[in-house]
Design a protein. Structure first.
Length: 71
């Protein structure tokens, strides 16, 4: 990041996290949990911290990529 302070972000309830993507514009993390077959969104905005499952799969996800500039 651009010289900002670092801080820990707690992500709970994961069984086997295998990938992480950062949306620096929306201030969100996306975490792929391979064993639970899901992707969780974790808000890192100071005023609205939450974690929510956004996608569940019948197949096993392995990776994730974002393009925040294009939405």
């Amino acid at each position: 990041m651009n010289g900002g302070p670092s801080r820990e972000i707690e992500v709970t309830g994961l069984l086997q996290p295998v990938a992480l993507a950062v949306d620096w514009l929306g201030r969100n993390l996306y975490v792929v949990d391979q064993l639970a077959r899901r992707i969780d969104l974790v808000s890192v905005a100071a005023a609205r911290r939450y974690q929510h499952n956004i996608l569940s799969y019948t197949v096993t996800p392995a990776d994730i990529a974002l393009d925040p500039g294009r939405g």
